[in-house]
Design a protein. Structure first.
Length: 178
């Protein structure tokens, strides 16, 4: 019981704070409850399909294939594939992390995992199409011309700053948890 309380103490503290807030301000409490229910529904609609696709990726795509196209020595091909997969992905950013974990298990380089995460968060195709129509082609292209090199530079910079031991520790945790 102590382990459960320790593990979920942050959640419990927030829950108690929200209950107390709701007691003092019923309208705010209802608003928080409605927002929480909405977010939970959204997660329940998004997470299961992502995990089904991850299971299929894990089974259908051999590790050698991922290493060949996105692993050590993949070069520009790996970068472009990471950018494309991240940009074509659907769903909120929290859906990208399980995909990144599977990529790591399959031997994708750390820089390509970071590029994938950067692309997922900033260069989604529907967002780009919206920007073309709502903000204009010059704005959308300028943002892409800044974002894409920025994602790549940040990925390689982070990889260099972290060092091999830290990156290996992350990969080991991914192997243990999968």
């Amino acid at each position: 019981m102590k382990q459960v309380l320790k593990r979920y103490r942050s959640f419990l503290v927030v829950l108690v704070a929200l209950v107390v807030t709701g007691l003092f301000n019923r309208e705010l409490g209802e608003q928080v409850l409605n927002t929480t229910a909405y977010q939970l529904r959204e997660m329940l609609l998004i997470i299961p399909p992502i995990f089904v696709l991850l299971g299929l990726l894990d089974i259908w795509v051999p590790k050698q294939t991922m290493v060949k196209y996105m692993g050590e020595g993949s070069g520009l091909k790996g970068i472009l594939l990471a950018l494309f997969i991240g940009s074509a992905a659907a769903g909120p950013l929290y859906g990208a992390f399980p995909v990144a974990a599977v990529f790591m298990k399959k031997g994708v380089t750390f820089s390509n995992v970071l590029i994938f995460l950067g692309a997922w968060s900033t260069t989604k195709i529907p967002m780009i199409l919206f920007e073309f129509s709502a903000l204009g082609i010059p704005f959308a292209l300028t943002r892409l011309l800044v974002d894409i090199p920025g994602i790549i530079i940040i990925a390689y910079l982070l990889q260099a700053l972290m060092g091999k031991k830290e990156i290996e520790a992350i990969y080991e945790k991914t192997q243990q948890n999968g």
